[in-house]
Write a protein that binds this ligand. Structure first.
Ligand SMILES: [Fe+2]
Length: 346
């Protein structure tokens, strides 16, 4: 993979030269910017296309579901990476800990992104939020509200589906429960939840919702945007039926708030195209890009005042848990230990 790196970026260089020759308005940022992305191409490519059109800078992207932070660390000063795009506060903090992030000062970023959604030293910035919610069977679950605590109540015995406890989405949720309620209470909760599972944890978020549709369980835990992804899935239209079988309940929405995690961006420590990297980061926090995130990805924009998509609005309003994401991230290793301790996945 690493040997392929230069050739991957060569077409970008050629395009950048072509654009430089063609010239453009003063605001153009010819050249290129290299993105390492944990986020899937279909989610972020429309953003890059818009950025390229507006600035003339070519965006070169390497997508991978694993190992990008490790790769940046290995590449060190010779890393071509300018920015890292990822989901999950744990991964953003991991980039900081691994020493592959550099602090960024930007009036645009601080104006557009509320303080709770960025590192106080500018080493990571959240771009979107997503809530980890309950997908409840329309047929078999009649209640209109729920709490995370209730998921450990024996009334749900054999009725809950969830993916691996070690998946970052669940570790974030468990870490937020440790941060809110303390270690002892969180461990009890996790044991209770395990006792209620309909089957061994496994599969992805959408797979849990499919299991509600098929009757294997009555409630599933999954992120909000998957509802949009299923409701609009023309390639696999059966997913529209999975979505139609459930409704979203936002746990604790009127009390301490529903757990939210983020997707975000980091500037690489040795970014070779720093100016364009900053332009791309500022673009991703702009009204235009935030609207694209809202409309195409069904996520919640971090920039205040940017509207949720109508589809996302239709799932209902909620109060997000306001505990600091930094406090949550600190407890992810403990959450992971707890998952093993209660043999959650066995
Ligand atoms: Fe996801």
């Amino acid at each position: 993979m690493i040997a392929k790196r230069l050739s991957t970026f060569l077409p970008g260089i050629a395009a950048a030269i072509a654009l430089t020759v063609a010239g453009g308005q003063a605001a153009r940022a010819d050249g290129e910017v290299n993105v390492y992305s944990y986020r899937q191409p279909f989610l972020v490519q429309p953003l890059f296309d818009t950025f390229e059109k507006e600035t003339g800078a070519k965006v070169n992207v390497i997508f991978a579901s694993k190992g990008l932070i490790e790769r940046m660390a290995e590449e060190g000063e010779s890393s071509p990476a300018d920015v890292l795009l990822t989901v999950d506060i744990g991964r953003l903090e991991q980039a900081v800990t691994a020493g592959v992030a550099q602090p960024v000062k930007s009036d645009v970023l601080t104006a557009n992104i509320p303080a709770e959604f960025r590192d106080d030293q500018g080493r990571w910035f959240a771009l979107t939020t997503r809530a980890r919610v309950v997908y409840a069977s329309r047929e078999r679950v009649k209640q209109d509200s729920i709490t995370y605590a209730e998921l450990a109540d024996p009334k749900w015995k054999g009725r809950v589906c969830i993916r691996s406890g070690q998946h970052e989405y669940n570790l974030g949720l468990i870490a937020s429960i440790i941060a809110n309620e303390g270690e002892e209470q969180a461990l009890k909760w996790l044991e209770g939840l395990k006792a209620n599972l309909a089957r061994k944890p496994g599969g992805n978020d959408r797979g849990q919702i499919k299991s509600v549709y098929s009757g294997e369980c009555d409630i599933a835990l999954a992120n909000t945007y998957y509802m949009g992804a299923m409701q609009t899935n023309e390639k696999e239209p059966e997913q529209k039926e999975w979505a139609a079988a459930v409704r979203i309940l936002f746990p604790d929405k009127d009390t301490r708030g529903t757990h939210v995690n983020v997707s975000g961006v980091v500037m690489a420590k040795y970014a070779p195209n720093r100016d364009n990297a900053l332009k791309l980061m500022e673009f991703l926090a702009s009204d235009e890009a935030q609207r694209i995130y809202a409309e195409l990805n069904f996520e919640y924009p971090v920039k205040p005042g940017v509207a949720w998509s109508d589809r996302v609005k239709s799932w209902g309003d909620f109060k997000p848990d306001t505990i600091s994401l930094g406090e949550v991230a600190k407890r992810i290793p403990l959450a992971s230990e707890m998952v093993d301790q209660v043999r959650f996945n066995e």
